[in-house]
Design a binder for this molecule. Structure first.
Ligand code: PLP
Length: 432
């Protein structure tokens, strides 16, 4: 008898967490790694939120609380959704989770039967795909196109929908591309979904980066399109908005109170409730007028870094780079670098068992990490199906300007170092 169930072997992962030990091993050898791999803002939690959390702990607000989430936070979320999405939101339909990650898997557990199809963006946040196989559903990736700015058209979503479609994940602003769909594109996607999908197909709109938008643009949500709040699960959280990944607060508003009840019960079964003092901190973050100023500072910093990194990468021969419109990632196309360094050819010659574990962009990611001490994420970390044909890296810009400038300069050097790549490959280590 095997120790673990077959099911657990089907679960994928988030490589952003897995790469940490490799970086630490290099640091233990005295090497300084520039960390462009991190998916968390590098700013402190705003002071007014910290003060509220401390105050709540001093008030002994440290016990079990409503498994659905404390009412004041659910009310604040519902008010925020009503005001910003123009929909009739309701705190009874809001459920609080320990981060915006858990509802991804819990929704698939709650809505999908084996064989149901789940549509999701690729490249996309890895947990969408990771859970699909775990629940026995069928992954249907929609491969986002670079020349569309990694957005999504109505025809692309139409081609993916079948009578077995059960859930559709969308994520704007996007991790890992920084792509942002326009209002018009969202309207087109919504029209296709309304026309082609039954009313019980759920759209999961992951809007955790709603507050990180560049060039003065405003957030648009598919939930605002006519009729879509009846089928959309609208998701947000504190990790990115309040630079508070350790607070573990996320929220989702479901189409009906009956659905919210199901998730309340899932919460009871999995973790009982979410720390009430942190929920109060998140409530204040949503409600306080002080947030706008903190948010402005964060966006200005990210936008300046984005410009620096994109311009720098575009100067490197063999790199093409879209200008992200939101989130804090840059997603360059490194196909020509993979070609000129001999990576594509080297990948083809790898033994079949190694080739299944790596991709050309993984080899470039490892070359950059081990030989140039720049930590990035490969394309395969954002959707494995069909990924070997696409050669991209994700660079997080959640690190200081000086480090980012150095990272770009090291990537430029590495992109010209074919001999260095051959030597790296000959070592036969760290190929995935
Ligand atoms: C698109 C997207 N959704 C959800 C999450 C989960 O965030 P958290 O669980 O920290 O709230 C992340 C984190 O990187 C993300 O990028």
């Amino acid at each position: 008898m095997a120790l673990f169930s077959k099911r657990v072997g089907l679960l994928g992962t988030e490589n952003a967490f897995k790469i940490g030990p490799k970086i630490r091993a290099l640091e233990d050898q005295g090497k300084k790694v520039i960390k462009c791999n991190l998916g968390e803002p590098d700013f402190p939690v705003p002071g007014f939120i910290k003060d509220e959390v401390k105050r709540q702990i001093d008030l002994d607000n440290t016990h079990y609380c409503d498994p659905q989430g404390i009412l004041p936070l659910r009310q604040a979320v519902a008010r925020h959704f009503s005001e910003t999405r123009g929909i009739a939101a309701d705190p009874r339909r809001v459920v609080v989770f320990p981060g915006a990650k858990p509802p991804i898997g819990l929704c698939q557990i709650a809505y999908c039967e084996p064989g149901d199809e789940v549509i999701y963006p690729s490249p996309g946040y890895p947990i969408y795909e990771s859970f699909i196989t775990y629940v026995g559903a069928k992954p249907v990736p929609v491969h986002l196109k670079e020349d569309n700015g990694f957005t999504l058209s109505g025809s692309e979503i139409a081609a993916a929908i079948t009578p077995r479609t059960r859930m559709i994940f969308i994520n704007f602003p996007s991790n890992p591309t920084g792509g942002v769909a326009s209002k018009e594109q969202l309207a087109e996607i919504a029209e296709v979904i309304r026309r082609k999908c039954r009313k019980d197909v759920r759209v999961y709109s992951d809007e955790v980066y709603e507050h990180i938008l560049f060039d003065g643009s405003r957030h648009a949500s598919i939930a605002s399109c006519p009729g879509m709040d009846e089928t959309t699960i609208l998701v947000g959280g504190a990790s990115k908005s309040f630079s508070w990944t350790g607070g573990r607060i996320g929220w989702a508003m479901f189409p009906t109170t009956a659905e919210a009840e199901v998730f309340r019960n899932l919460n009871i079964n999995y973790f009982s409730c979410v720390a009430p003092y942190n929920q109060e901190g998140a409530r204040l973050g949503i409600e306080s007028a002080l947030f706008a100023e903190e948010n402005r500072r964060m966006i200005d910093a990210f936008q300046a870094r984005r410009d620096l990194v994109v311009q720098g990468l575009r100067r490197i021969a063999g790199i093409r780079c879209q200008m992200p419109k939101g989130a804090f990632y840059v997603f360059p196309n490194v196909s020509a670098v993979c070609e000129s360094l001999g990576i594509i050819e080297a990948y083809r010659r790898l033994p079949a068992e190694v080739r299944t574990l790596t991709t050309p962009s993984t080899l470039l990611q490892m070359f950059l990490l081990f030989e140039y001490q720049v930590a990035t994420m490969d394309r395969k970390s954002f959707g494995r199906i069909g990924c070997e044909h696409f050669h991209f890296l994700r660079l997080s810009i959640a690190t200081d300007v000086g480090s980012l400038a150095l990272a770009v300069s090291r990537i430029g050097e590495a992109a010209r170092d074919a001999a260095g790549f051959t030597r790296f490959l000959e070592k036969g280590e760290n190929l995935y």
